[in-house]
Design a binder for this molecule. Structure first.
Ligand code: ATP
Ligand code: MG
Length: 775
């Protein structure tokens, strides 16, 4: 009965409504940016809850960031008309993984109070293992191996399952042993890394079908946002949870029995490197995909999975995301209903037109139509601006922001999206000068600063005395005369007795294995930690934190430091204590920090957001600034060098994500000179600028105050003797270049390189910036 339709359903278009109301069976929403995918997921949860189909705790919902999870929860509350109690299983893959692991830690050999290591700790740990093997850690860098382990874990591979070639490639064939040693060491430390947050639950479910069954009974509805960026391990994890073994009645097993894949045969030793190979689907299943027909084999209590995604926004391939998971969906979830959304509700026609035209340069897309009705005659085209250098760029963007502000636009509605985080500093500096509020979202952030890491190591060790990495980090910070020799002695002592280093310290001070001076220093450390540990239960955690930093001499160390950074570090430490107030305990805080993806800054103030393109996924702002569209920076040289054509396409998707964040205004910038690693480089405008449709783009003329741009922004003509456009000063070079090239074929590679040979010389994978003398 339409008249009794709940409020939250009104306003949805028919396809969206379909996606919300199809609660039975697998659903895949495949649609472009801004078409309401996330809104569909949120409304779907509201619908499930308000129709009483499930309790909040029976819904498993995966978002890409913690921030997105919080927002989704708020929205659901608004939609159902009251705050939602619970939703304990709404979060990122990682946060849900932690939760599962805390519950079942013992099944994978951990205790429930395990520590989550950050990358820094991981690298230190691996370095120790490499040295312990008697290998040269210069030849076999720990960082590289950490990357390898991470990518194995992204693929869901245990040490026994990694491909032979991979295992042989590192450390004279010791790759597999090292990986296994690393995993063992983690267990000894009662710790795990980020990859384990996914891998452990997968192993746990496979080895314990009864536990898995409990979750099958529990999670009636599974929902996944940003599905295009799930990696293989995440996909395995989803499949384990979403597919009841008995429900498959031959459909899956017939196709998967050849390699023993699938959850109907739980067990550990599975050749998972073969995992994402073809799971062929029978023709009968294919034909059902389009229809609505109810499957006769439907299990009694079905688990209903709904994933939403956009192949054009897959931007985490470099981190192991498999866009093919979208294609596999229909095969692995037979009878899946695939819903496409075509109306974009976010952006104006110019913005959508620019983005669509750009992304059309990628090959192998699933392809989709997008239209918008959110347009007015006075809509601005996408602006392209040139600046002399990044300082000029930051200054000009600052001015534009101030002008918008005078026009009564909120800073909250504006964002600067950078390709690389180093670009942020320039804007931060400029905005501090202007007194313009800003917040940095995601990326290398507060908690990754040296002083914060040190402080956190103290807190970790208080909460988790077995955390040897934390111990090693701070045992001689501040300096206590506990040099490498002492630490090594301690290390050996701890290893030989299989106890944590802090415990070893308290034993060793009773012996004469270390020199008297070191013994006294260790005695102090041990006494301090014992005291702090007893205070943990009685003293408010912020107070205790402050006390720890005071009594350990850590604060004093920075007070005595005369360097320019020291005052800032002390402020950061104060800020750290402040940020703990929002948590009930020190442990809760530590967990938060280990997981945090977004830099939580003062959420309430009106401020411009600064973030990387990668962390802008799913977000939207009235005005978007996209600085740094230069060859080598965007597309990024590393992506081109390492990824070739695929790398370029991923960069282009990133550009697509960037533009489609804008609702009303989009300003793209490129500069002629950029300082990279202290060297001035002359730069070329990004090829992506050439790929924007002229109809939807407006090139700003002569707005910059510097002379450089007056010469025509394209390339660095001032330094380029062979500028073919030497004579045309009036038209900005970028536009000229585009006109020039549109005469030739539209093959962007051919024309681009043909054109460029005249200008500057290209490498295999495209143009490179070239170093010029500093100014
Ligand atoms: P992305 O691919 O960027 O993640 P998305 O497909 O998830 O985008 P949403 O963020 O859900 O899109 O929606 C984009 C915008 O359009 C939001 O502001 C949302 O509230 C709005 N919107 C979505 N559907 C409708 C609708 N039926 N009516 C009005 N506004 C809508
Ligand atoms: Mg979304």
């Amino acid at each position: 009965d339409r008249s009794k339709r709940p409020d939250y359903l009104s306003g949805l278009n028919p396809e969206q409504t379909d996606a919300v109301e199809t609660l039975e069976g697998p659903v895949l929403v495949l649609a472009g940016a801004g078409t309401g995918k996330t809104r569909v997921l949120t409304t779907r949860i509201a619908h499930i809850l308000s129709t009483g189909r499930a309790y909040p705790s029976q819904i498993l919902a995966v978002t890409f960031t913690n921030k997105a999870a919080r927002e989704m929860k708020e929205r659901i509350g608004v939609l159902v008309g009251h705050a939602v109690e619970g939703m304990p299983w709404l979060g990122t893959f990682h946060s849900i993984g932690v939760k599962l692991l805390r519950r079942h830690a013992e099944l994978v050999g951990l205790r429930s109070d395990f520590t989550i290591l950050d990358t820094d700790d991981v690298v230190r740990l691996i370095k120790q293992l490499i040295q312990a093997e008697g290998l040269d850690d210069k030849r076999w860098p720990a960082k590289q191996f950490a990357g390898m382990i991470d990518s194995w874990k992204n693929k869901g591979l245990d040490p026994s399952q990694i491909p032979e070639g991979d295992a042989r490639a590192f450390a004279n064939g010791k790759g597999r042993e090292l990986y296994a040693a690393y995993q063992n060491r983690l267990l000894t430390l009662n710790a795990c890394d980020f990859g384990d947050l996914l891998l452990h639950p997968i192993r746990m479910f496979r080895a314990n079908p009864d536990v898995l069954k409990d979750y099958h009974d529990k999670f009636r509805y599974i929902l996944v946002d940003e599905y295009q960026d799930t990696n293989t391990a995440q996909y395995m994890w989803l499949r384990l949870l979403a597919q009841r073994p008995q429900a498959k009645s031959g459909e899956i097993s017939s196709s998967s029995n050849k390699n023993g894949d699938g959850i109907n045969v739980p067990g550990e030793a599975r050749a998972s490197e073969r995992w994402p190979d073809d799971v062929s689907s029978a023709p009968a299943e294919r034909s059902r995909a389009s229809g609505d027909s109810v499957s006769a084999k439907k299990p009694t209590q079905q688990i209903n999975i709904c994933c939403v995604g956009d192949d054009d926004q897959s931007i985490y391939g470099w981190r192991g995301a498999e866009v093919d998971n979208i294609l596999r969906f229909e095969k692995d979830f037979p009878g899946a209903k695939v819903i496409k959304l075509e109306r974009n509700y976010r952006s104006t026609e110019h913005i959508l037109g620019a983005a669509s035209h750009l992304i059309a340069h990628n090959e192998g897309r699933l392809g989709k139509t997008l239209f918008t009705e959110r347009s007015n005659p006075d809509d601005e085209k996408v602006h392209v601006h040139a600046a002399w250098d990044s300082e000029e760029e930051a200054r000009a963007i600052g001015e534009e922001i101030e002008q918008l502000q005078r026009g009564k636009h909120n800073l909250n509605d504006m964002a600067i999206l950078v390709r690389a985080s180093f670009q942020m500093r320039e804007f931060e500096d400029r905005f501090v000068t202007l007194g313009l509020n800003y917040r940095v979202i995601g990326g290398p952030r507060f908690y990754e600063r040296l002083e914060i890491r040190d402080a956190m190591a103290y807190f970790r060790l208080v909460c988790q005395p077995a955390d040897d990495l934390a111990f090693e980090r701070i045992v001689n910070t501040p300096k206590r005369g506990l040099g490498e020799t002492t630490v090594r002695t301690l290390h050996d002592y701890a290893r030989s007795r299989d106890i944590p280093m802090l415990a070893a310290a308290s034993e060793i001070i009773e012996t004469d294995e270390v020199k008297p001076k070191a013994r006294k220093a260790l005695f102090d450390v041990v006494t301090d930690f014992r005291r702090w540990q007893t205070l943990l239960e009685t003293t408010p955690h912020t107070e205790l934190a402050e006390q720890i930093l005071e009594e350990s001499g850590y604060t004093a160390m920075w007070q005595a430091d005369k360097s320019a950074e020291a005052p800032g570090r002390l402020e950061n430490l104060k800020e750290l204590i402040r940020s703990m107030e929002a948590f009930e305990s020190m442990r809760g805080f530590l967990e938060h920090v280990a997981l945090v993806m977004d830099a939580e800054q003062n959420e309430d103030m009106d401020a411009v957001s600064i973030m990387t393109l990668h962390s802008a996924k799913g977000l939207e702002f009235d005005t978007i600034f996209l600085p740094g569209w230069e060859e080598g920076l965007f597309p990024h040289q590393r992506a081109l060098d390492e990824g070739g054509r695929a790398g370029l396409e991923e960069e282009r998707r990133l550009a697509y994500v960037g533009i489609t964040r804008a609702k009303r205004r989009c300003h793209i910038w490129f500069v002629s000179n950029r300082r990279i690693h202290g060297l001035w480089q002359s730069t070329m405008p990004s090829r992506f600028l050439d790929e924007l449709p002229i109809d939807h783009v407006e090139v700003a003329e002569q707005e910059a105050s510097y002379g450089g741009y007056g010469r025509g922004g394209y390339g660095q003509s001032r330094f380029d003797k062979a500028d073919p456009f030497e004579n045309s000063y009036q038209t900005p070079g970028w536009k000229r270049a585009q006109q020039h090239r549109s005469d030739a074929t539209r093959d962007n590679w051919g024309t681009r390189s043909g054109h460029a040979v005249e200008r500057i010389g290209y490498g295999e994978s495209g143009p490179r910036t070239r170093t010029i003398d500093g100014e």
